[in-house]
Design a protein around this ligand. Structure first.
Ligand code: AMP
Ligand code: MG
Length: 328
């Protein structure tokens, strides 16, 4: 992607514009996608480097799981396992501003970075006809957080997207102002019932009426929130201990390396993954969660070589610090 290229703002329903947006997604580039809630910063959810570009563009200091957008229920069924109650909600509120967090299928093909390493996946079928057309034509799930820089308000027009993220997107599909203007409501299916993770475009009462049961409110950002372990974890953590900034490998350790230079004694590591032998942070981010998963269980401790704290390095370091933090 050429960083200096101006984004092209194109009419969302123009056939050439739709084709250009599909081509950009296929090439691993970012697209400004109108939805009924807010404009999304869209990337191919199956392409780890494309997903890494979302975080780089937004300047997010951490990786949080993203919502996979699909064209229809059949496409969602290929990604996640619906229980009867969740299917009832999908049938009642899709297409529309409801996101369901459900167990991810092993063969979903969605990048580990898009789910931030979790075994659950947030899915949604937007009702916006331009989003629907794009998703249908692309034929793969699209990861799309709101198209604004981290800490800015969500973009509800194509001009907002261009102003905030114009440098990073290839095409912005312009469909005027978003109708709903707030994010989707997020509901998770848990063994104890449905949990409301975020209030949004579909009112709680409407969901409770269809579910026939109250929604438990869960604040995933509150570390004190009384959630059962594992059920609603908002962050993946490896079982192994993680030792950061390792300039040498100690006996018995596995190694996460970065760049062409390896830490001392690297050859003694019981297993090693180099996040990016050429030192590219986009590539490193794309591989981070699969590296943690691959090495977890192979050693009691994973040593992590120093990684630059610039650009995506900040979010990578945040994730590794959380992985390294002592757990209760
Ligand atoms: P945004 O993409 O900005 O609309 O935000 C997506 C929201 O969905 C964030 O608050 C995430 O924490 C939440 N989310 C996405 N996937 C999951 C998941 N698998 N489990 C729990 N929360 C999720
Ligand atoms: Mg947002």
């Amino acid at each position: 992607m050429n960083a200096r290229k101006l984004p092209s703002i194109r009419p969302a329903f123009d056939a050439d514009a739709q084709n250009a947006a599909v081509a950009a997604l296929r090439a691993g580039e970012l697209v400004g996608m109108p939805t009924e809630t807010v404009y999304g910063l869209a990337a191919d959810a199956t392409n780890g480097e494309a997903v890494a570009r979302i975080y780089a563009a937004k300047g997010r200091p951490s990786f949080n799981p993203l919502i996979a957008h699909v064209a229809d229920l059949a496409a969602a069924e290929k990604l996640v396992v619906f229980d009867p109650l969740s299917r009832r909600l999908a049938e009642a509120f899709w297409p529309g501003p409801l996101t369901l967090v459900l167990p991810k299928r092993a063969d979903a093909g969605v990048s580990d970075l898009a789910t931030a390493g979790l075994d659950t996946l947030a899915v949604r079928m937007p009702s916006h006809p331009a989003a629907h057309a794009l998703l249908k034509a692309f034929g793969r799930p699209v990861a799309a957080p709101s198209a604004n820089r981290s800490g800015h308000v969500s973009a509800t027009t194509a001009a907002h997207v261009a102003a905030d993220l114009g440098h990073a997107v290839s095409v912005i599909l312009d469909a005027g102002a978003s109708k709903v203007g707030v994010e989707s409501t997020i509901v998770a299916a848990t063994p104890r019932g449905l949990a409301l993770l975020r209030a949004g475009g579909v009112p709680r009462e409407a969901i409770e009426a269809v579910a026939g049961a109250p929604l438990e409110a869960v604040d995933l950002t509150d570390p004190e929130a009384p959630t059962a372990p594992g059920q609603l974890a908002s962050h993946y953590a490896p079982g192994a201990a993680v030792r950061l900034g390792a300039d040498e490998v100690r006996p018995g350790e596995a190694l996460i390396a970065f760049g062409p230079e390896l830490p001392r004694n690297a050859e003694a590591a019981v297993a090693m993954v180099n996040l990016s032998p050429r030192g590219d942070l986009i590539e490193a981010a794309a591989r981070l969660f699969s590296a943690l998963r691959e090495l977890d269980g192979k050693a009691a401790t994973i040593a992590v070589a120093p990684i630059p704290a610039t650009g995506l390095g900040e979010a990578i370091a945040d994730r590794l610090r959380r992985a390294a933090a002592p757990r209760p």
